[in-house]
Write a protein that binds this ligand. Sequence first.
Ligand SMILES: NC(=O)C1=CN([C@@H]2O[C@H](COP(=O)(O)OP(=O)(O)OC[C@H]3O[C@@H](n4cnc5c(N)ncnc54)[C@H](O)[C@@H]3O)[C@@H](O)[C@H]2O)C=CC1
Ligand SMILES: O=C(O)/C=C/C=C(\O)C(=O)O
Length: 458
Amino acid sequence: MPEEPDRYRVVNPATEEVIATVDLADPAATDAAIARAAAAFEGWRKVAPGDRARLLRRFAAEVDAEREQLALLEVANAGHTIGNARWEAGNARDVIEYYAGAPERLFGRQIPVAGGLDVTFHEPLGVVGVIVPWNFPLPIAAWALAPALAAGNTVIVKPAELTPLTALRLAELALRAGLPEGVLQVLPGRGPVVGQRFVTHPGVRKVVFTGSTAVGKSVMAGCAAQVKPVTLELGGKSANIVFADADLDKAAATAPYAVFDNAGQDCCARSRILVEASVYEEFLERLERAVRGVRVGDPADEKTEMGPLISAAHRARVASYVDGDTEVAFRGSAPEGPGFWYPPTVLAPIAPDHRAFTEEVFGPVVAVVPFRGESDAVRIANATEYGLSGSIWTRDVGRALRVARAVEAGNLSVNSHSSVRYWTPFGGFKQSGLGRELGPDALHAFTETKNVFIATEE
Ligand SMILES: NC(=O)C1=CN([C@@H]2O[C@H](COP(=O)(O)OP(=O)(O)OC[C@H]3O[C@@H](n4cnc5c(N)ncnc54)[C@H](O)[C@@H]3O)[C@@H](O)[C@H]2O)C=CC1
Ligand SMILES: O=C(O)/C=C/C=C(\O)C(=O)O
């Protein structure tokens, strides 16, 4: 008797209703997808650069035409607020359009040598496996697939079990745009089945992984067996550093959004607020007003600022960091349910070795601590295994630059909480990851440099 297929019931985290059922690939289906991608690679790499660019522009146009539907799908599948979901769909469109300019500009070099001509080429790698988490299903898929396709690779995206719907739609839009069969596939499946096969199958030539640091380490270790390149975007515990000379009104008013955006399920979340001791109490008062004002509720409502967590299991994990009310300074509100709600929560004072201060919570929980002077701020900011993002609030430009250079993180912003711009590099120091996505740097993560010497001497 054939085995029952592995099916996944996709749930709306704001209502707990099942909104779709998705078949999950088994190892045989994964191998078949890899074979299709390998066959498609031979044709795709030979598509003339201008034609590849035109196809990617058409793909971006299809995403653009479907932006609102993609956003609504993400509201239902991931519980993202409609405002955020619109930004994410627009970001996916922008990223594909940005890299559509690349095939015609992927220049090699001509290097002066004796006795001949020396030229370099940027060759595509082959089949790229992209493992995507549930927190930003659409942008994170686009950040990898767009540069990979532009450089001439074929791509298989494995979305997270919880959030496959927008990625599946993206694959349909690629076909509608005219991308040949097999060039971009989306294969829902379990991490240890499909994701792991990307790691072990010799036909997959690169793995891009975004997710937990623990799984990222195992992906990297597995890829080492074949010296397979990896790009890793992992966890974070970013610091939001507020100096006494900062615009305190603005710093306090924006701090909640820097950590509670996407209900804190963001690897760039500024989940530690470091405040100069002389303005600590004053800052906390302003922060309390801002946190109590965060509108938590129906993500489809235009006025909502924070939606639910992704699942009941994840809510239990987030709650485990707040073990009683001892450290809770104040909280915002959240609906009762159904839905996986958790209120914005501020912890202060908190011991430096408390789990909520040292580990990635990935929920709407922030810890606030005082610091004394610049070097103390840098010491606390760097006292973590992570190094992804962070903010520095000060009116002193010299200090802003000194601190930005000293903080061990890949993406810092001054008097702002911005982390992601598709034309600038994004990625982490230390255990927050390896390699860079976005911007021009990402293209080279999907190519090998080939050097060719042509003898010209008789
Ligand atoms: N850097 C980030 O943006 C993210 C960080 N996380 C962190 O990880 C925690 C746990 O979340 P999870 O969803 O369990 O993350 P996860 O790391 O288990 O899942 C991320 C992706 O990896 C896949 N995966 C799982 N096991 C795999 C394996 N053995 N081989 C290959 N792929 C595998 C999953 O199916 C999913 O597509 C979160 O609470 C958060 O702290 C989670 C998601 C994204
Ligand atoms: O802040 C954003 O818009 C996106 C952040 C990216 C991640 O959370 C990630 O790479 O996982």
